[in-house]
Write a protein that binds this ligand. Structure first.
Ligand code: SF4
Length: 362
């Protein structure tokens, strides 16, 4: 007699074979392509990752090219994808793999897990997809699917729910096709068992789903109270010297954007304090008329950022981590998303001024 796990695996694997999305990292699977895609997909949606992945693989097609590339090159390829700590980890991992593993991803859990930025999920995903080893890979999609199928009552985002799903995923894993089974579960969560209004009528595991039978899909995973957003105030300072603009490399290890570049930026409890901090640190006089206002979110922070022009007293103080960049070279420096918007604003404004000057000359 066919048991629950066997029938479940058969149904979901058949569905995956028919309905999986055509994604670039699913063609010609290799240890390198899977590693890059898994890193890019951490906290980031598939449709956002695709163009980044294609560009990255074209420029840096193997472990060696990544290990020997400059950090600036890798950051530039990553620019706009967010969570920039991944870049450092990715590059460091490539260096370790080239130096210690002869340019091949190790195939033991402990060795993969030790690589920088590789957590439990990524190690399981790589081992099952690349080496077809029977390790589960539980991401947010799998947690939602399993919590509905088994009506697991533990609160959403709790450690106890994650542990329960890992346990069940290990028990259900078919030894003959663990990589596709893991991917099929994630794909089911992305396409069918979606957060709101799951598409149960076309679900390949509907028969096995307790939530479907009891009509309780909307109750799982049990919702938690939403965390409050923290209002955060930032100012960026625009400093010009003839045709050059001052950029600063972010060296603070605790920063979300470590190793990227920025127009000198300061964060504080309010704008007044941030301006005072900037004036003291840079020895500048900030013009209080803001040039640009941006609003965006970073993790639990609701950020309001203002750009101000400033006059400086002493250019000599801009030494370590600071660089005067010719306007035409600004685009070569990797910046976070909001800083990119500032750069576009500056270049646009500068072009308008240039046009006016040219017109006057004519
Ligand atoms: S039947 Fe519905 S709730 Fe159950 S796994 Fe499928 S899509 Fe999700």
């Amino acid at each position: 007699m066919i048991n629950f796990s066997d029938e479940f695996s058969k149904n979901i694997l058949n569905w995956f074979a028919r309905c999986q999305r055509n994604l670039p990292w699913r063609k010609d699977v290799s240890d390198y392509s899977s590693f890059i895609s898994e890193f890019m997909l951490q906290q980031t949606q598939v449709k956002t990752v695709i163009p980044y992945y294609n560009r990255f693989i074209e420029k840096l097609p193997n472990w060696k090219s990544l290990a020997f590339a400059s950090e600036k090159t890798v950051l530039k390829l990553w620019e706009g994808l967010g969570y920039y700590r991944r870049v450092k980890n990715l590059k460091k991992s490539a260096e370790i793999i080239v130096q210690h593993y002869n340019g091949k991803l190790p195939d033991q859990f402990d060795e993969i897990h030790k690589l920088p930025g590789v957590g439990h999920y990524t190690a399981g995903a790589l081992l099952s997809i690349v080496y077809k080893k029977p390790y589960p890979a539980v991401d947010g999609n799998v947690i939602r699917v399993f919590s509905r199928i088994f009506e697991i009552k533990n609160p959403a985002k709790s450690t106890s729910l994650t542990q329960e799903v890992w346990k069940r995923a290990s028990e259900m894993l078919p030894p003959y096709d663990p990589g596709n089974f893991n991917q099929a579960l994630m794909e089911l969560g992305a396409l069918i068992c979606i957060p709101k209004n799951p598409r149960c009528l076309v679900c390949p595991v509907q028969k096995h789903c307790q939530s479907f039978h009891h009509g309780t899909q909307s109750l799982f995973p049990s919702t938690t109270v939403k965390k409050k957003l923290v209002p955060t105030y930032m100012i960026s300072v625009l400093l010009k010297q003839s045709n050059r603009i001052l950029l600063r490399k972010i060296s603070n290890q605790a920063s979300w954007f470590q190793s990227l570049w920025e127009f000198p930026t300061y964060t504080d409890k309010n704008f007044k304090r941030a301006i005072a901090k900037a004036e003291k640190d840079l020895d500048v006089q900030i013009d209080r008329n803001e040039l640009l206002l941006l609003k965006f979110y970073i993790t639990k922070h609701k950020v309001t950022l203002k750009l101000f022009n400033a006059d400086f007293h002493n250019p000599v103080i801009f030494k370590k981590d600071y660089r005067w960049i010719p306007m035409k070279s600004l685009a070569q420096y990797p910046l976070a998303k909001a800083q990119n918007q500032i750069r576009d604003f500056i270049l646009h404004t500068f072009q308008k001024i240039q046009k006016k000057i040219l017109k006057r000359k004519k």
